[in-house]
Write a protein that binds this ligand. Structure first.
Ligand code: ZN
Ligand code: ZN
Length: 288
């Protein structure tokens, strides 16, 4: 059994459409694939419709969160939610809040550019954003291209919008405690993604993972392409000590990354536990 519990499609930042992704997974010999796009479940239906015979799909998402780092500050972390109900009140409320805050954030960036004399009309820009879809810096970058300020989206990021750039305004993410509660309230199972991916930046302290476990975190992604051997061992020890379930996943992004589907895998027992937890939390959600 090859079980890969973390993959992205064009519904977020992968390069395979959900249909191409499930076909590629089957071709790569994967038996169970989780579709976990960033902050969206928009790819689920297309993946289900295109599901090849013999491949099982675990529906999920990867939520961008902010967590205490255990050293007095905060770090950005990703939380994988599996088998949750995307229409639950908890999910809808947080998605609505994030969508609104991301609009406010873009508005702040556009106003700051306008105040410095760039030909951007913040009100017009905001009115032109898609009303339902998630919005982000690429939308503002595109507006700057249209206004002739820059020649390309890349240039807009390089000169103005990159993290630390002159008009960058902080990200809006969900507090990790809120995200764990949200996934559970929606009948799902929460697993911390690539907690030791050091080359992406500072990582969360193991003591914080232990604390999150007491709040309902069910597992940690131990085997991930960005994890060094020593970190895998440390996460494995922590998981064994606490009784956290352990997953392994490729975090496939199509052509955007070099990893291949099924490159890292999850044991069937861990998947079974995820499904049991989801079933029991669904019962809890229904009976209140
Ligand atoms: Zn991630
Ligand atoms: Zn990911």
């Amino acid at each position: 059994m090859r079980i890969d519990l973390h993959a992205h499609s064009t519904a977020s930042d992968g390069t395979d459409t959900p249909a191409e992704l499930v076909a590629a997974a089957a071709a790569a010999g994967v038996d169970v694939l989780a579709l976990t796009d960033h902050d969206t479940t928009a790819g689920w239906d297309d993946a289900v419709d295109a599901l090849p015979v013999g491949l099982r799909l675990i529906r999920g998402a990867e939520f961008s969160c902010l967590a205490p780092d255990g050293r007095g500050g905060h770090v950005s972390v990703h939380l994988l939610g599996y088998l949750f109900d995307p229409s639950s009140a908890a999910i809808i409320a947080e998605q609505t809040r994030l969508r609104d805050e991301r609009r406010v954030r873009l508005c702040v960036m556009a106003r700051r550019m306008a105040a410095d004399g760039f030909p951007v009309d913040p009100d017009e820009f905001l009115a032109g954003l898609p009303p339902e879809a998630p919005v982000g810096r690429p939308h503002l970058a595109q507006a700057l291209v249209s206004a002739g300020v820059v020649g390309s989206v890349d240039e807009a990021f390089r000169r103005f919008l990159n993290t630390g750039g002159p008009y960058y305004t902080g990200r809006v993410d969900t507090d990790v405690h809120t995200a764990i509660r949200m996934v559970r309230a929606a009948g799902g199972v929460a697993v911390l993604a690539h907690a030791a991916a050091r080359r992406r930046g500072p990582v969360i302290d193991l003591s914080v993972i232990a604390e999150l476990f007491t709040e309902g975190l069910a597992g940690v992604e131990v085997n991930h392409p960005d994890h060094a051997d020593g970190d895998r061992a440390a996460l494995r020890d922590l998981a064994a000590e606490l009784g956290l379930l352990m997953t392994g996943s490729s975090d496939y992004h199509g052509r955007n990354k070099t990893v291949s589907l099924g490159q890292e895998t999850t044991d069937p027992e861990a998947l079974e536990r995820i499904e049991e937890l989801a079933a029991s939390s669904r019962v809890a959600a229904v009976t209140g």
